[in-house]
Design a protein around this ligand. Structure first.
Ligand SMILES: N[C@@H](CCC(=O)N[C@@H](CS)C(=O)NCC(=O)O)C(=O)O
Length: 139
């Protein structure tokens, strides 16, 4: 059975888990928290030390979007990705927007959100400026 490794605070882990649950694909979830140090036992499965990663009948696979695309290719009967090429590309466009221009920017605030670590005014203003510029794209 497919194994999904990661932890529930990770957006990327949840992106893959959501697809598995939504489409009724059987999987086993293994809790792996890569911060601050990944267990070296997982190096061969996730060379960059990031989650999520999966173990498949074909071998290990990292990166949430390629994982979702693999699931879609393995389950052509399930409407995981749009069949229409333009609709599929627009979906990838939205995923890329969210990853690079929303989540990646907001990540600078995670130390405050998760660990109550102070963040400089400069960082807050930089994040705010970038998000104000990018957010209209999500309307
Ligand atoms: N592009 C990756 C991002 C994965 C990612 O950044 N995961 C975080 C947890 S949310 C992680 O493993 N961080 C640990 C690290 O970067 O060392 C994906 O889509 O799977």
């Amino acid at each position: 059975m497919l194994k999904l490794y990661g932890f529930s605070l990770s957006n990327y882990h949840n992106k893959v888990k959501f697809v598995l649950l939504e489409h009724g694909i059987a999987f086993e979830e293994v809790c792996v928290v890569p911060i601050p140090h990944q267990d070296p036992a997982y190096d061969a499965l996730s060379p960059l030390g990031k989650v999520p990663f999966i173990e498949t009948e074909h071998g290990p696979l990292c990166e949430s979007t390629p994982i979702v695309e693999y699931l879609a290719a393995m389950h052509p009967d399930k409407p995981i990705l749009p069949a229409d090429p333009y609709a599929a590309a627009k979906q990838r466009e939205l995923i890329t927007f969210m990853e690079l221009h929303l989540e990646w920017v907001a990540r600078e605030l995670y130390p405050k959100a998760f660990f109550h670590t102070d963040i400089s005014e400069g960082t807050k203003q930089r994040v705010q400026r970038k998000l104000q510029r990018h957010l209209p794209a999500f309307k």
